[in-house]
Design a binder for this molecule. Structure first.
Ligand SMILES: Cc1cc2nc3c(=O)[nH]c(=O)nc-3n(C[C@H](O)[C@H](O)[C@H](O)COP(=O)(O)OP(=O)(O)OC[C@H]3O[C@@H](n4cnc5c(N)ncnc54)[C@H](O)[C@@H]3O)c2cc1C
Length: 476
């Protein structure tokens, strides 16, 4: 059973949890599920209701200051039980992809270190993460061979309906307390700098309820994790966990740019007409990455149709470059003077790209159009922006708005040193004994892959860490 925090008699009075998880998206739920059965007492506090309501959705409103964020600050997230996984329903299934070795390296041009965790450590959690997300890998071929290309095929997996997969977990085998309409609105620190209380309130009852726990995990998504920490400035001016000043900085997306139109030859059209999900994904080979400052990205080719899952016109298509973004301290989330209905300052998103990103996109466009022509797989007509002699800033300004993948990364970045990040390699906030962060806000580099598989891998790894530090005998 999931309890409604609006009902004051259902609140966990006098209970001290081993682990208090805030947020019930893929990050929070994967930790709760893994800790269930470990003997640790776990409370999961979700701000939204069982389904999305206007009062909860409106908490996510904010404003754009830099590049206009095409998905919308509010609509690129889902503030209800299950989190943004609600967006993966029906034909829009979760697309799951692992990070490459190249994604773990420092971004040239950023001046910041890469991942302090080796890729092999995350890959060890891939099978468990794939089971949690219901990921299956379809076998499909490309309509043309790519031997000799600078690009290779990739392997996207497709996930299922998260709450459907976990359904039994919430009913029969409930081993954690789950609350909805429980909004985290503040945290307090004791003299040693540890979190001693988290404060929650529901929408209809302004009274604040204190929750005590040995460890707290903030799992509210890549935009909300920094917004909350910056808001918690009652005892520390710059916000909790923000000694380094990195909270909110290095906001990254996966810029997704339509770079041109492609005319398909007959055999490619035949292939696209037969295929349900008519999208072709190509990924740069290691040799290309070595020669092009490791600028990882993917190329998506799709017929020009209004609904991508039922192609109607396979003669022409679009070429879209979806790229990583160089970690940039000036691309950031800050607070505005405007308050939400819970009394917290709303966010301002100042999303920025760097010259390296524009140069990488240009090189990718050049390479893909040359490859298509050389191997007779289609002719690409490149958008005139790529022919014009625009500076990097003029190029960025030429877009009224920019879209990404609804992927919000980097805003509480992980670093071995407190000088360059917010959390350490175990996702624990530097200098704080009991506050952890889960989700893509901890990614030190955005990499080229959709983030959720990596989010769950990291969350499962964090669960093992929590079991290790809270109850050594419980780790298998
Ligand atoms: C349309 C769309 C399609 C997507 N497709 C893909 C895809 O194909 N592949 C992929 O990898 N990713 C995809 N994503 C991104 C993916 O959904 C996110 O990466 C993922 O949901 C992040 O998980 P999370 O648990 O960190 O955050 P979320 O899923 O956002 O969950 C955060 C939770 O915290 C709760 N919360 C927020 N504030 C508070 C508070 N103050 N107190 C208590 N609880 C709070 C929220 O209500 C929410 O339940 C997509 C996103 C969208 C919008």
């Amino acid at each position: 059973m999931i309890k409604d925090f609006e009902a004051t008699d259902l609140r966990p009075k006098g209970k001290i949890y081993d682990v208090c998880i805030i947020g019930s998206g893929p990050a929070g739920l994967s930790i709760a599920k893994k800790l269930s059965g470990s003997g640790l007492s776990v409370g999961v506090f979700e701000g939204g209701g069982e389904t999305l309501t206007e009062e909860s959705a409106s908490i996510y409103e904010g404003t754009s200051a830099g590049i206009k964020y095409g998905h919308g600050i509010r609509s690129s997230r889902y503030r209800a039980f299950g989190g943004t996984s609600a967006h993966w329903q029906g034909p829009r299934r979760l697309m799951a992809l692992s990070l490459d070795e190249a994604d773990f390296l420092a971004d040239p041009g950023s001046g910041l270190p890469g991942w302090p965790v080796p890729r092999s450590e995350l890959l060890a959690y891939s099978p468990e993460a794939e089971r949690f997300l219901g990921v299956e890998y379809p076998s499909d071929d490309l309509p043309f061979p790519v031997e000799g290309w600078d690009y290779r095929r990739g392997r996207f997996g497709y996930g299922g309906d998260l709450l459907g997969i976990l359904g039994e977990h919430f009913t029969d085998k409930q081993e954690a307390d789950y609350f909805i309409n429980a909004n985290l609105v503040d945290m307090s620190l004791d003299e040693s700098g540890r979190i001693n209380k988290a404060f929650f309130r529901s929408f209809n009852n302004p009274d604040v309820f204190e929750v005590e726990a040995r460890k707290y995990v903030l799992a509210c998504g890549g935009m909300e994790n920094p917004r909350l920490l910056l808001n918690f400035n009652r005892q520390v001016d710059h916000g909790i966990g923000n000694e380094s000043g990195f909270v909110g900085r290095c906001f990254s997306e996966h810029p997704s740019i339509r770079v041109g139109e492609l005319w398909f030859p007959r055999d490619v059209r035949d292939y696209l007409e037969k295929r349900r999900s008519a999208r072709i994904y190509l990924f740069p080979r290691e040799s290309w990455l070595r020669d092009n400052f490791n600028f990882n990205h993917m190329i998506r080719v799709q017929p020009n149709t209004s609904s991508w899952w039922s192609p109607t016109n396979t003669r022409y298509g679009s070429v879209i470059v979806v790229t990583k973004q160089t970690a940039n301290t000036n691309s950031r989330i800050t607070l505005s003077d405007d308050k939400d209905a819970l009394g917290l300052s709303r966010m301002v998103l100042d999303w920025r790209l760097m010259e390296e990103d524009v140069e990488g996109i240009r090189r990718a466009v050049q390479t893909i159009s040359t490859n298509f022509a050389r191997f007779n797989a289609g002719r690409v007509r490149i958008d005139e922006r790529f022919h014009a002699d625009l500076s990097a800033s003029e190029f960025i300004e030429s877009f009224d708005e920019m879209r990404g993948g609804n992927h919000h990364m980097g805003t509480t970045r992980m670093s071995g040193s407190p000088k360059y990040g917010v959390v350490d390699e175990n996702c624990k906030v530097h200098g704080m004994g009991n506050l952890y962060i889960a989700g893509s806000s901890v990614f030190p580099t955005s990499g080229h892959a959709n983030p959720t598989l990596t989010i769950v891998e990291l969350s499962l790894r964090l669960s093992d860490h929590l079991m290790r530090v809270l109850s050594p005998e419980m780790v298998s």
